[in-house]
Write a protein that binds this ligand. Structure first.
Ligand code: MG
Ligand code: MG
Length: 247
């Protein structure tokens, strides 16, 4: 995994994550009943390229698009297309950007119009779980302190964390060591050091944590068909407070 040493590296990785944040913010505003995921994908790609970045997912292991757009029971890796989002849906948008050799990665789940109160709680708890994990991003803590904090918050609220997909180191590649599961005992794994860059990304299901992958070989869905939410940030470990660079 990369350790950020210089001001120049810091500048570049912040810049790549800033692009991710700007695009996600824009897409969030555009998500309304009637929009298609292909339209969102096109806007995201244009915005990234205009800023000198490259969509990091496009072509990654053959993924065909700039964003992952995962609706309702879709957990992650949904392929944008002509599906129209409708009132009451939730849509998870995940974006990765490469800028001058550095990567940023972030995801958000957005409500389309009015959603039910139980789905609203799912979104709230998933986002809170991400921030419970981020609170543990402190030099000297162990990696699984993050995992444990995420899992505890989710399960306390009656939901489940996905096991099959995990967070990851990031920096000069989209996915680097170490893997960051959203579950596990505390005080395990490597110690966090200043300069490490982590992508923490709880995927939280309303029902069972079991997943299935659809025939497109990408879209992961909940086995029981209940909804799932996903929030992710890219974070730098520092001597003090963690720096969230995709915000
Ligand atoms: Mg992501
Ligand atoms: Mg990621």
């Amino acid at each position: 995994m990369i350790i950020i040493h210089s001001e120049e590296e810091l500048k570049l990785i912040r810049a790549s994550s800033r692009i991710v944040a700007e695009v996600l913010k824009k897409l969030t505003k555009l998500i309304k009943p009637g929009v298609t995921t292909a339209e969102l994908d096109k806007i995201a790609e244009e915005m990234i390229r205009k800023r000198g970045g490259t969509p990091a997912f496009k072509g990654y292991k053959g993924f065909p698009a700039t964003i992952c757009a995962s609706i309702n029971e879709e957990i992650v890796h949904g392929i944008p297309g002509f599906r129209v989002v409708k009132e009451g849906d939730i849509i998870s948008v995940d974006i990765g950007v490469e800028y001058k050799g550095f990567f940023g990665d972030s995801a958000i789940t957005v409500a389309v119009g009015e959603i039910s109160s139980d789905i609203h709680k799912l979104l709230r708890v998933t986002r809170e779980a991400l921030f419970k994990g981020i609170e543990k991003v402190r030099a000297g803590n162990r990696l699984s302190d993050i995992s444990h904090a995420v899992q505890s918050h989710v399960e306390k609220n009656g939901f489940s964390v996905v096991r099959d997909f995990v967070g990851h180191g990031i920096g000069s590649n989209l996915h680097e060591e170490p893997q960051i599961p959203n579950f596990g005992k505390p005080k395990q794994g490597p110690r966090l050091k200043p300069g490490m860059v982590l992508a923490i990304e709880p995927m939280v299901n309303m029902g069972t944590f079991e997943v299935e992958v659809q025939e497109d070989n990408w879209t992961a869905v909940t086995r029981d068909g209940q909804p799932s939410a996903h929030f992710e940030h890219t974070i730098i470990v520092t001597d003090g407070e963690p720096e969230i660079i995709t915000m």
